[in-house]
Design a protein around this ligand. Structure first.
Ligand SMILES: [Zn+2]
Length: 486
């Protein structure tokens, strides 16, 4: 039996108990990207949150079918392809191939189905035909097809808009052959090579909204559990998807609508023209994908997120702290043959707290806070004298941390390699080199041999100010990136 969870539903404006259509199964659709340029970290935000939602639903015991489409037919793609002198589908395919590498590097699993618009044309045409038959749409002389918004009584229910409020000040001015200025395109007459297809209305291509309606129907049926995307898609995209699908299928569309918050960089929208756009490729040149996931997971998916200069460096340091904690627990687990787990550090309690937080509208921020507390407590275990109980507890804790942080897509790499990598990446940010640390450590050793403890402490403090912590162990002195772990 899957666990009971609650989800905030944009459609009702409330957090509700989630009731799957088929017991223990979830069918979920999230809108993918328009493939005209490489992904930036804003695209990654939506991909990562839905990846985590899917992971958590599975962890909670649901069988999930996840669909995430590619919009590979679009004005922007056609314009960009023209600039480059290549075909629109070639441009799209290049972007899809490269973005799949990026997605893998940030630990996002492939969707069960990743349909492309260019491969869904028969389904789209079939749906538009049904809409015309149901009098929810009409074709014009020039070969466009429009959806008749006023024919849908409850149009606006997702975004809480009334039809009257949607009318702009310029009443009665209806563009082209539209019956009503509110109507939106389902099919556009067009003859761009490789971006147009024959249809009952002549050569053309689909409008944006109908694509998702048709692809969702193909893989998930008329009525399914969850549909989602970024908050900027609520209106008009998702509103129009609901209208089309319900008018064509004569059935409710998705039960639950999930929308993630949006990303700003130091309070500004990310854009190429402002020069503050961070592509995933640039990010991944310098940092592991897990740092990006960690930076996002610390927020609730519905929050708007503002990244500050030090957001990433804090995430890298925290990631370092997680990996060093897990490595220490692994080692402690091997010290002795395991005995009984110490009750105070029971992994079951940690798992339960994690479920409580994540089962409440996927509250990753709270869940991560609980894990942070547990990881901090785990350092008490590491300080215990070696015993079978200590080893069993350390092993149990390492396992539960991997399990829960694994839902967030974290701790998926071998600790030592990752720590080495993170050390070399973080040092330039701290303004110190490994050579300088080694030199300081050797100076401190000399000072200690000379019993000049004031000097030895001074060196330790200077390093601490730079964010480097020295650890004196029986095997000698080692250093790590300082992080309080709170
Ligand atoms: Zn969509």
């Amino acid at each position: 039996m899957a666990r009971e969870i609650s989800i905030y539903n944009t459609l009702t404006g409330k957090k509700e108990r989630f009731v799957p259509i088929k017991p223990n199964e979830v069918r979920m659709y999230a809108c993918g990207v328009t493939t005209y340029d490489h992904y930036h970290i804003g695209h990654a935000l939506q991909a990562i949150y839905f990846d985590i939602i899917r992971n958590y639903l599975e962890y909670a015991g649901y069988k999930v079918t996840y669909v995430r489409n590619y919009t590979d037919v679009d004005d922007k793609i056609i314009a960009r392809a023209k600039e480059r002198g290549i075909s629109p589908l070639k441009l799209s395919q290049d972007i899809i191939t490269s973005s799949e590498e990026d997605m893998a590097a940030i630990g996002c699993r492939k969707a069960d189905h990743a349909p492309k618009v260019s491969e869904s044309i028969p389904e789209i045409i079939a749906m538009v035909e049904v809409l015309i038959k149901n009098e929810a749409a009409y074709a014009t002389k020039s070969g466009d097809v429009y959806y008749r918004v006023r024919a849908k009584q409850d149009y606006g229910k997702l975004s809480n808009r009334k039809i009257e409020d949607l009318l702009s000040g310029t009443r009665n001015i209806v563009e082209g052959e539209k019956e009503d200025e509110l109507d939106f395109a389902l099919w556009k007459a067009d003859s761009t090579p490789e971006a147009s297809w024959p249809s009952p209305w002549g050569l053309g291509r689909p409008g944006w909204h109908i694509e998702c309606s048709a692809m969702a129907k193909r893989y998930l049926g008329d009525h399914f559990d969850i549909h989602g995307g970024g908050r900027d898609l609520v209106f008009p995209h998702h509103e129009n998807e609901i209208a089309q699908s319900e008018s064509a299928n004569k059935s409710k569309f998705a039960n639950v609508w999930i929308h993630n918050g949006l990303l700003t960089i130091e309070k500004q929208k990310m854009s190429k023209s402002l020069g503050n756009q961070i592509t995933l490729k640039d990010f991944l040149k310098n940092w592991p994908g897990e740092s990006l996931r960690l930076a996002y997971v610390q927020y609730h998916y519905r929050s708007n997120i503002d990244f500050q200069k030090d957001t990433f460096i804090q995430a890298h340091k925290r990631l370092f702290y997680y990996y060093s904690s897990i490595q220490a627990l692994d080692l402690a687990g091997k010290e002795q043959a395991p005995g009984k787990v110490i009750e105070k550090y029971s992994p079951d309690q940690i798992r339960e707290k994690f479920h409580e937080a994540m089962g409440d509208d996927f509250n990753s921020s709270l869940a991560l806070g609980e894990l942070n507390k547990a990881i901090k407590n785990a350092s008490e275990v590491l300080r215990l004298k070696n015993s079978p109980e200590k080893s069993a507890t350390a092993t149990g804790l390492a396992k539960i941390f991997r399990e829960c942080l694994g839902v967030f897509g974290l701790l998926s790499h071998p600790p030592q390699e990752t720590l080495n990598y993170l050390r070399t990446m973080i040092l330039p940010e701290l303004g110190i080199t490994e050579l300088e640390i080694q030199k300081a450590m050797s100076d401190r050793k000399t000072a200690r041999t000379d019993k000049n403890f004031a000097r030895s402490d001074e060196i330790r403090d200077q390093l601490a100010q730079k964010g480097i912590e020295l650890m004196d162990t029986p095997a000698g002195t080692d250093w790590k990136i300082k992080y309080d772990g709170a």
